[in-house]
Design a protein around this ligand. Structure first.
Ligand code: HEM
Ligand code: HEM
Length: 216
């Protein structure tokens, strides 16, 4: 059965590539590229968040964020019954997804107010005092370490599932798992890409055109 629509899959793997590139460009001081990639990730992330309200069942927050009791039950039963494929995110994984999305949001927002003490500053840094921008830059650095830590736990969890015979990575490419249950409702990913296009055009005209024209 199909559990991940193509938007979620493309979103996930482009996020991995863009995040790695953001890290590299920041370390190398390639700030125009850093900004451009950050705007791309911003458009992807905002679309993903909206998709969490109006998208396919398995992408919806209401679908994968259960009560704390459901997380405890899941952890108890997986301990005794072993690990299985879920129809989307499992109850514990759902909260990890929420944490990763929120951390990325914090990273993007603090980046807008950051400065590198030389030439580059985020497009909203002028709105706050120099000290506040410095503080938000420190958060931008610290939060990135949190992203790395949470991503490590995320990837280790996926590897543990694999070692227990449950391959979660393949479905993130193909969208499909072998489960004999009623299929979750999928929305046409075209809608997500329209939202992505509208958000991208918006971000381009408010912030990105200047830095992109500098690059090319
Ligand atoms: C190579 C490294 C990575 C692998 C192998 C990987 C693998 C996966 C897999 C298998 C899932 C589906 C989990 C499930 O079945 O419930 C998933 C979901 C997810 N991963 Fe990763 N991941 C990687 C890196 C990252 C990074 C760097 C981030 C961001 C910081 C990230 C954020 C997410 C999010 C937000 C979801 C939920 C997808 C959605 O609902 O839109 N992952 N990942
Ligand atoms: C999820 C998206 C983002 C990630 C993962 C990210 C990552 C990073 C990292 C790791 C650094 C520190 C590099 C170092 O060690 O010096 C950094 C610095 C910086 N980032 Fe981002 N960033 C993101 C979004 C943004 C955005 C949206 C902006 C502004 C438009 C921005 C502007 C800056 C600036 C100005 C610095 C320099 C700070 C300094 O040199 O102390 N970033 N970013």
């Amino acid at each position: 059965m199909k559990i991940w629509d193509s938007f979620v899959r493309i979103y996930h793997w482009s996020q991995v590539v863009v995040l790695g590139s953001l890290w590299y460009t920041a370390e190398e001081g390639l700030m125009e590229l850093h900004f451009t990639l950050a705007y791309l990730l911003m458009a992807l992330l905002l679309t993903r968040i909206l998709w969490g309200f109006i998208g396919s069942d398995t992408a919806r927050f209401s679908h994968f964020l259960g009560s704390p009791q459901s997380v405890i039950n899941y952890l108890k039963t997986s301990h005794t019954n072993g690990l299985h494929h879920s129809k989307g995110h499992n109850p514990a994984g759902g909260y990890m997804v929420l944490a990763l999305l929120l951390l990325l949001l914090v990273q993007l927002v603090t980046g807008l107010f950051s400065n590198d003490d030389i030439l580059s500053e985020g497009p909203l840094a002028y709105l706050v005092s120099y000290d506040k921008s410095g503080f938000l830059t420190r958060i931008h650095h610290l939060n990135f370490d949190l992203i790395l830590g949470f991503t490590a736990v995320h990837v280790i969890a996926v590897i543990l599932y694999r070692l227990k015979g449950v391959n979660l990575i393949l479905p993130m490419f193909t969208g499909k798992v072998d489960l004999d249950e009623t299929e979750p409702k999928m929305k046409h990913p075209f809608k997500a890409w329209i939202i992505f296009a509208v958000i991208s055009v918006f971000i381009y005209f408010i912030w990105a055109d200047e830095v992109i024209s500098y690059l090319f």
